[in-house]
Design a protein around this ligand. Structure first.
Ligand code: PLP
Length: 468
């Protein structure tokens, strides 16, 4: 056991400290991995755990994309703080079942304590609001939609969609996360019940389009009941006009859900929190700890101002589950999950280790690097396509437009060097953009400068070839 743990602790220390020295982009094909696994793991003979653990570490190093690398400017996958790694190990060891309070008194209360801290940050009353951890933003968005449906359509709970007299509709911007399309299907409302509101020139939900669509749908006899404002869109990192959406929802008695899966972490920073103004007026919020809070996957959060509506949505009685007492929260009666992992420990421990100010500093540094990246790109002749105080930069280059060079060609050239990773997207589903997000807390100015230099080289080389 000692040797095994020493090997593991060396691994954790070495990876955390030296990830910058690892090739960021793996070079491996599918067949190589499949044949490695079938040759080495037929499960016929038992393998010594130390040898096994060393082998798994080795293949994960060689054949993974390393999101914790300072040169990863990727999707919202963070580098993870050591507190989060330790927390996950402790959770696996003690394996508390958070479905019922009696199985996990302290774990449940650690989660409630952490969630209350964030409820307050978001401007909700922590004593009269609900919060729970989820598998991610998708489950949190689903929880919001189920709760809103149950609250606004009492017949939905027992009778399902068949009991509804009119067709409920929800409104999201065309830049909203794709989970809402899945949720349309899962809730039984169907894909078409999720209305895509066009976005404005900065890719934010266009409030006048929203009003126009709602009016027209009501005239058709349909029943709008919910609007989603995204705080930090997945493509462009922009924040929808939350204050205007809140006002419109209040006038109409619609449910206002704020999807702050990535951008919600900005509440930790006194400098950045103002950008989320309006979120405090929402009925519910999605926020992922496994994105900008830099804890390991998976850790989402769902917050709601209406705890009774949440209990009604997820009510369940099961004779085989232990009885809890007054004040003890049984998560299985208030959330989608039954067997429930202690998801919140990694956020609790990271928050406790860094302290509130340390967390704010980490987030602010990433936002500042986003600004630095914007300036570097402009200086090197790139064109910035989005505006946001959050660190996602969408950009293009005149040479791409003129020569018809695609973003995918730029990316494949970049990946072939194995040193940097950025992604691409299409804004409004049509405008091609390269996309770089400061997603690792290890990223620094030097990494940003080198990325821009690498991109500049690719664009000028490719563009001159394409012109010929
Ligand atoms: C990532 C994301 C989601 C989905 O969250 P998962 O944790 O991946 O399920 C939802 N909304 C937004 C805005 C996101 O960025």
């Amino acid at each position: 056991m000692n040797d095994l743990l020493r090997q593991l602790s060396d691994e954790i220390e070495d990876y955390s400290e030296n990830v910058a020295g690892i090739k960021l982009v793996p070079q491996v094909d599918l067949e190589e991995i499949k044949s490695y696994l079938s040759q080495n793991y037929s499960f016929e003979t038992p393998i010594d755990l130390m040898e096994l653990s060393a082998d798994v570490s080795r293949v994960m190093r060689s054949w993974s994309l390393h999101a914790g690398h300072p040169n990863y400017f990727g999707l919202f996958v963070p580098g993870t703080k050591t507190a989060s790694v330790i927390a996950d190990a402790l959770v696996a060891l003690y394996n508390p079942q958070l479905g019922t309070w009696l199985h996990s008194p302290v774990s449940t209360e650690i989660e409630r304590h952490t969630l209350k801290f964030l409820l307050k940050k978001f401007g909700y009353d922590p004593n009269s609001s609900w919060g729970n951890f989820t598998s991610g933003g998708t489950e949190a968005n689903l929880s919001a939609m189920l709760t809103a449906l149950t609250d606004r359509f009492p017949e939905y709970c027992d009778g399902g969609v068949r009991a509804l007299k009119r067709r409920p509709l929800i409104y999201v911007s065309e830049e909203a996360h794709h989970s809402f399309i899945k949720i349309g299907q899962v809730t039984g409302l169907g894909h078409n019940a999720v209305r895509n509101v066009p976005s404005d020139e900065n890719f934010r939900l266009d409030i006048s389009e929203l009003k126009r669509m709602v009016e027209s749908d009501i005239r058709e006899g349909l029943e709008p009941f919910m609007v989603v404002g995204t705080a930090g869109t997945t493509s462009a990192g922009v924040i929808d006009p939350l204050i205007d959406i809140a006002k419109f929802c209040r006038e109409r008695s619609f449910w206002f859900h704020c999807d702050a899966a990535w951008g919600g972490a900005a509440v930790m920073s006194p400098q950045l929190a103002g950008a989320l103004k309006g979120i405090e007026q929402s009925d519910s919020i999605t926020c992922d700890a496994h994105k900008w809070f830099s804890v390991s996957m998976s850790a989402g959060m769902f917050f709601c101002r209406h705890p009774q509506a949440v209990s009604k949505t997820f009510q369940a009685n099961a004779a085989y589950m232990p009885e809890s007492q007054q004040g003890q929260v049984d998560s299985f009666k208030n959330t989608l999950q039954c067997s429930r992992r202690f998801i919140g420990l990694k956020l609790f421990m990271t928050l406790a280790e860094l302290g509130e100010k340390g967390y704010a500093a980490m987030i602010e540094k990433q936002a500042e690097l986003g600004e630095f990246l914007r300036l570097e790109l402009i200086e090197k002749g790139f064109e910035i396509l989005n505006q946001t105080p959050l660190p996602v930069v969408c950009f293009t280059h005149q040479a791409l437009i003129e020569t018809g060079l695609s973003t995918r060609e730029v990316l494949s050239e970049l990946y072939s060097k194995r040193e940097f990773w950025i992604s691409d997207t299409r804004l409004k589903n049509k405008i091609p953009a390269l996309r770089a997000c400061i997603s690792s807390f290890r990223t620094n100015k030097e990494a940003v400068r080198k990325l821009v230099r690498a991109l500049q080289l690719i664009v000028s080389k490719k563009a001159s070839v394409n012109r010929i």
